[in-house]
Design a protein around this ligand. Sequence first.
Ligand code: GUN
Length: 291
Amino acid sequence: MILIDGKKTAQDIRAELKIEIDRLTSSGKSVPGLVAILVGDHPASEIYIKSKSKACNEIGMRTLTEKLASDTLENDLLELISEYNFNKDFHGILVQLPLPKHINENKVIEAILPKKDVDGFHPISIGNLVIGKDAFRSCTPAGIQELLIRYNIDTKGKHVVILGRSNIVGKPIANILLQKKEHANSIVTVCHSAAPDVSYYTKQADILIAAIGSPEFVKAEMVKEGVVVLDVGINRVEDATAKKGYRVLGDVDFAEVSHKASYITPVPGGVGPMTIAMLLKNTFEAFTKYG
Ligand code: GUN
């Protein structure tokens, strides 16, 4: 069994980007910039935003966080996005989700210019992805594909079974791996809560991607020998013996499934760290393409 080290891979990607940005800086050129917009005080979002801005700073990318009050009007948020759409110092705009209930998330996502949509959530980005045109791909799915590439895991003709059909992970990774392209070209099955017997599908997987938010859902008897497992789950479960009072578990029962898998990501330290690395990569790409 080979452990897929997402933490190390994410560090490698950040180091590669830092070299590119150092090169720009030393030749007196401008650098890529990412603005993150946070509305309200969702604790998990605050943590994500802090890690994002720390990661930007470490590689020399310009970064700014706009923190808005939880009662910010939708129109004021749309206005701010529109300002950044035309701000030449920022090549990527990220609005942290979830947003407070009174704000229409779709409207906000659609307000971001597709050329600055480094989260890959805009319907134009998603449409382009589906039809195989160049597009920003949302960061967690892009990170999953990057892990497959960097670990030389062949995807062509392989049966990829995805658990979960979210707009952020399940649907985009299905569309990425379905493309008739290098590092894709897979046979894809997307499983979801209406599946009468999930094992029927998971047992057929050459590559299993779990993104359902259910701790240790995937058990050894649900997979075949030699399966490649990518676990997107980040589930906090109470644990009085842990320092923080909780443990973080994936959607896969790692202790059991790792004995059958040929490759597997741990949680934490697997898919998770790749998300920010790919966000930085997308921002760098926005800069080189449209900067
Ligand atoms: N909330 C949880 N994950 C994400 C993400 O990748 N991007 C944004 N914008 N919000 C999120």
